[in-house]
Design a protein around this ligand. Structure first.
Ligand code: HEC
Ligand code: HEC
Length: 344
């Protein structure tokens, strides 16, 4: 059984360090105004101790614990419960599971985990230009990437997933980030990410599981995937976070190829991760589901748009192509010199 860092009394110094460090980050994390975006813009640095989520054997045996267990089950077996043929409701537009992206049920460092999600919501979200609750943020992922319809906020399922995320991050002080909840940094080269180079990397390192056609591999009964799809009609929707090249490259660097790459020991170089992310997310060669309701304007406050969100208008003078594939550094430099936010 693992214990949390907070239970390890002998590591008081490290814990204290984490507090001091987190306090600094909170200033960046709690940007509740509608001018300053509050997505994960303040990555924790190496000075803090890696966050260790509580062990599932410590989930309490009471009504709350039962909801935590159900919430975890929903994150792992999402399609079974709320997929297109879901047993409790038909909400998702595809048969992916939350854990396909939120690795190890949202507990893997640098694997799009849920470590500090409960501690940081309600939060300002640039895409909606609104303060969203955790339940609304869960529905965001159900609408995009899952191409689904939002669940009622008081549904047992939204409450259960919220309980699970709360239990997972119960030792994270309100408003704080912890080490490991961010994305691994990638060094941005002075060239655009190259989908052609990415195609070669994909064939060599990814196609064996995700398929040469990127459609993944079904489980025998087609209820969900052994290996999830990366593009095509059943893959994540355009406009969701994985569709952004830098965000995706950071995930790939830390986690893919599965079982070969680890955040502490990446497999691909930074440039390779960017190239393969560009290949996967290149709409000129790969189809994927698009936003259903075109009347919804994403990022109505363009100041809060991430640099690698490839759909204009932008607060700077660079093209959609450059925002999508880079080179990103000139955009960063322009923004810095004009006092504009540098966000990924
Ligand atoms: C195709 C990939 C993908 C799938 C599937 C997915 N998500 Fe996400 N989700 C993301 C990404 C990427 C982010 C942003 C992570 C980041 O910025 O580091 C995110 C963010 C979140 C957040 C906010 C986390 C935070 O700390 O701010 C929550 C909560 C969340 N997702 C819940 C869910 C739930 C519940 C499901 C299943 C119903 C789900 N997601 C399915 C990719 C996915
Ligand atoms: C050994 C098999 C394997 C290989 C090789 C592999 N992956 Fe994956 N990948 C997985 C599995 C399994 C998951 C889902 C994780 C889970 O559900 O626990 C996944 C998830 C993903 C996801 C998030 C989910 C989605 O479908 O959008 C992306 C993106 C991804 N892989 C990209 C890559 C890239 C890029 C490569 C090559 C550099 C790669 N993978 C190589 C097995 C693999």
């Amino acid at each position: 059984m693992r214990s949390t860092i907070w239970e390890l009394g002998k590591h008081k110094t490290k814990v204290a360090l984490l507090f001091v460090f987190s306090a600094v980050l909170t200033i960046a994390a709690c940007t509740g105004s509608n001018t300053a975006p509050a997505e994960k813009t303040a990555p924790a640095k190496d000075s803090a101790v890696l966050f260790v989520p509580p062990d599932t054997s410590t989930i309490p045996h009471d009504m709350f614990g039962d909801m935590v267990r159900y919430g975890r089950d929903l994150v792992v077996n999402t399609a079974y419960y709320i997929g297109p043929n879901g047993t409790v409701g038909k909400y998702l537009g595809n048969k992916m599971n939350c854990t396909n992206c939120h690795l190890d049920a949202g507990t893997r460092p640098f694997g799009w985990n849920y470590f500090s999600a409960h501690a940081r919501y309600p939060q300002y979200r640039g895409r909606e230009n609104k303060i969203l609750t955790l339940g609304q943020r869960i529905n965001n992922c159900i609408e995009r990437p899952h191409s689904g319809i939002p669940m009622p906020l008081d549904s047992k399922e939204i409450v259960a997933i919220s309980c699970y995320i709360m239990w997972l991050g119960k030792n994270v002080p309100v408003g704080h980030h912890v080490k490991g909840d961010e994305n691994l940094e990638v060094e941005l080269p002075n060239r655009a990410a190259d989908p052609d180079k990415g195609a070669v990397i994909f064939a060599e390192n990814c196609a064996s599981c995700h398929g040469a056609d990127g459609q993944g591999q079904w489980k025998g009964d087609s209820s969900t995937y052994i290996y999830p799809p990366l593009w095509g009609p059943k893959a994540y929707q355009a406009g969701s976070s994985p569709y952004r090249v830098v965000k995706m490259a950071r995930f790939i660097k830390a986690n893919m190829p599965d079982k070969k790459a680890f955040w502490s020991k990446p497999f691909l170089t930074d440039e390779q991760a960017l190239d393969v992310a560009a290949f996967i997310n290149d709409d000129r060669i790969h189809f994927r589901p698009q936003k259903k309701d075109k009347s919804v304007v994403d990022y109505p406050n363009i100041k809060s748009k991430a640099i690698d969100y490839g759909i204009g208008p932008f607060i700077d003078t660079f093209s959609e192509m450059q925002h999508k594939f880079g080179p990103f550094k000139p955009i960063e430099e322009y923004r810095k010199s004009h006092g504009l936010p540098v966000l990924y």
